[in-house]
Design a protein around this ligand. Structure first.
Ligand SMILES: [Zn+2]
Length: 79
Protein backbone atom coordinates (compact mmCIF):
# COMPACT_ATOMS: atom_id res chain seq x y z
CA UNK A 1 0.00 0.00 0.00
CA UNK A 2 1.33 3.40 -0.93
CA UNK A 3 1.99 5.61 2.04
CA UNK A 4 0.37 9.00 2.06
CA UNK A 5 2.76 11.91 2.47
CA UNK A 6 1.86 14.66 4.88
CA UNK A 7 3.31 18.15 4.50
CA UNK A 8 2.93 21.16 6.75
CA UNK A 9 2.86 24.66 5.31
CA UNK A 10 3.07 27.82 7.36
CA UNK A 11 0.89 30.47 5.77
CA UNK A 12 3.15 33.18 7.10
CA UNK A 13 5.97 31.92 4.91
CA UNK A 14 3.94 32.09 1.70
CA UNK A 15 4.68 35.12 -0.43
CA UNK A 16 2.10 36.87 -2.55
CA UNK A 17 -1.63 36.23 -2.56
CA UNK A 18 -1.60 32.84 -0.88
CA UNK A 19 -1.04 30.48 -3.80
CA UNK A 20 1.60 27.84 -3.19
CA UNK A 21 2.88 24.76 -5.00
CA UNK A 22 2.14 21.31 -3.64
CA UNK A 23 5.35 20.26 -1.86
CA UNK A 24 5.17 16.87 -3.52
CA UNK A 25 4.05 17.37 -7.12
CA UNK A 26 4.18 21.14 -7.62
CA UNK A 27 0.51 21.60 -8.49
CA UNK A 28 -0.52 25.15 -7.68
CA UNK A 29 -2.89 25.24 -4.72
CA UNK A 30 -4.90 28.45 -4.70
CA UNK A 31 -7.10 29.38 -1.74
CA UNK A 32 -9.43 31.14 -4.18
CA UNK A 33 -9.96 27.97 -6.18
CA UNK A 34 -13.03 26.27 -4.78
CA UNK A 35 -13.62 24.07 -7.82
CA UNK A 36 -11.95 21.14 -6.03
CA UNK A 37 -10.12 20.29 -9.24
CA UNK A 38 -6.64 20.52 -7.75
CA UNK A 39 -7.33 19.97 -4.09
CA UNK A 40 -10.09 19.45 -1.63
CA UNK A 41 -10.47 20.31 2.01
CA UNK A 42 -10.62 17.16 4.10
CA UNK A 43 -10.44 18.55 7.61
CA UNK A 44 -10.29 21.79 9.56
CA UNK A 45 -9.57 22.75 13.11
CA UNK A 46 -10.89 25.85 14.80
CA UNK A 47 -10.18 27.71 18.01
CA UNK A 48 -12.80 28.04 20.71
CA UNK A 49 -13.98 31.33 19.22
CA UNK A 50 -14.60 29.62 15.90
CA UNK A 51 -11.71 31.14 14.02
CA UNK A 52 -9.62 28.92 11.81
CA UNK A 53 -6.64 27.13 13.35
CA UNK A 54 -5.51 24.89 10.54
CA UNK A 55 -6.78 23.33 7.34
CA UNK A 56 -6.02 19.90 5.93
CA UNK A 57 -6.05 19.66 2.15
CA UNK A 58 -5.76 16.68 -0.13
CA UNK A 59 -3.83 17.25 -3.33
CA UNK A 60 -5.80 15.48 -6.02
CA UNK A 61 -2.80 15.19 -8.32
CA UNK A 62 -0.57 13.19 -5.98
CA UNK A 63 -2.82 12.36 -3.00
CA UNK A 64 -0.55 14.14 -0.54
CA UNK A 65 -2.06 15.68 2.54
CA UNK A 66 -1.10 19.30 3.11
CA UNK A 67 -1.75 20.89 6.48
CA UNK A 68 -1.96 24.68 6.36
CA UNK A 69 -1.03 26.41 9.58
CA UNK A 70 -0.60 29.97 10.76
CA UNK A 71 -4.14 31.33 10.35
CA UNK A 72 -4.04 32.87 13.83
CA UNK A 73 -1.18 35.15 12.83
CA UNK A 74 -3.04 36.33 9.73
CA UNK A 75 -6.01 37.14 11.88
CA UNK A 76 -3.87 39.36 14.09
CA UNK A 77 -2.56 41.24 11.06
CA UNK A 78 -6.05 41.77 9.67
CA UNK A 79 -6.88 43.33 12.97
ZN1 LIG B 1 0.45 17.24 -5.10
Amino acid sequence: MKQTSVFRIDLNKIEGDGDFPCPSCGAIISPDDDSERVYKIIDMETFEDGSLKNLSLLCKKCNSIIILEGFETLRLIDG
